[in-house]
Design a protein around this ligand. Structure first.
Ligand code: ATP
Length: 232
């Protein structure tokens, strides 16, 4: 069994605040994983630890057997919660930048997805709506041939009608050996593509399970179980 993600007693504190406490889990390669939890539960902190943008206070985290750092940047494609792109740039200029920056970036994939979503590569980001900007960023991230895609709230600004189409685009463009971790609140929209879910609450691991197990053992959808576990 080959493991994409391994955590052993992973803890991250900011001063006295424990954003993540004692998380231990293993996830196999080739899965689409939903990282789910209410506001402030530690999802972005977890993704930043995976990406090497934060370091653990204690415990261990490994991606494909390697501690996050320069080596894992080559195998992880990351969509942050907030945009980091210069919005005066045209989409095709950003594509050129990505080609220079990432060996595994496939421009033909990006142009194909842009076409399918009716986005003109000559447009500047700053002239686009929030939802269209999100689509462009997601396309750029998914046009790398990465081992692991980390998507922090990827479709929050996209209208519900386009969400399904975008999810399909993601699924059709990623190789079966890769893994995707998606943090989101939009569980009902996304659950049909998920293989595995991780629930976190107040920085603690509540559940790590395959979606099939949830449906078989609980007779519930992921959205239904989430609402039950996180009932206010
Ligand atoms: N740099 C920081 N300094 C202090 N506290 C922080 C810092 N970053 C995160 N936290 C705290 O850690 C906890 C987890 O935050 P995090 O952003 O990981 O949650 P989240 O699940 O991604 O939330 P949301 O769904 O609202 O985006 C929160 O209580 C937050 O206030």
């Amino acid at each position: 069994m080959s493991i994409i993600l391994e955590c052993n007693s992973l803890t991250k504190a900011f001063g006295k605040k424990r954003a993540l406490s004692d998380i231990s889990l293993n996830i196999e390669k080739g899965k689409i994983i939903g990282l789910l939890g209410p506001n402030g539960s530690g999802k972005t902190t977890f993704i930043k630890l995976l990406n090497g943008l934060l370091t653990p206070t204690s415990g261990e985290i490994r991606v494909s057997g390697i501690q996050p750092g320069i080596e894992t940047k080559k195998i992880i494609s990351y969509l942050p919660e907030k945009t980091y792109l210069n919005d005066w740039m045209r989409v095709h200029q950003i594509i050129e930048l990505f080609c220079d920056f990432y060996e595994d970036f496939k421009p033909e994939k990006a142009y194909d997805m842009l076409k399918r979503l009716n986005i003109n590569s000559n447009d500047r980001l700053k002239t686009m709506s929030k939802g269209t900007k999100e689509k462009v960023q997601l396309i750029l991230v998914m046009s790398r041939e990465a081992e692991l895609y980390l998507l922090d709230e990827p479709i929050g600004g996209v209208d519900p009608a386009a969400r399904d189409y975008i999810l399909e685009t993601i699924i059709n463009n990623y190789s079966a050996n890769s893994s995707i971790i998606i943090s989101t609140h939009l569980i009902s929209d996304i659950e049909k593509v998920l293989d595995h879910v991780i629930f976190i609450k107040d920085g603690q691991l509540v559940l790590t399970s395959s979606v099939d197990e949830i449906r078989e053992e609980n007779g519930k959808s992921v959205d239904g179980l989430f609402k039950e576990v996180f009932k206010c």
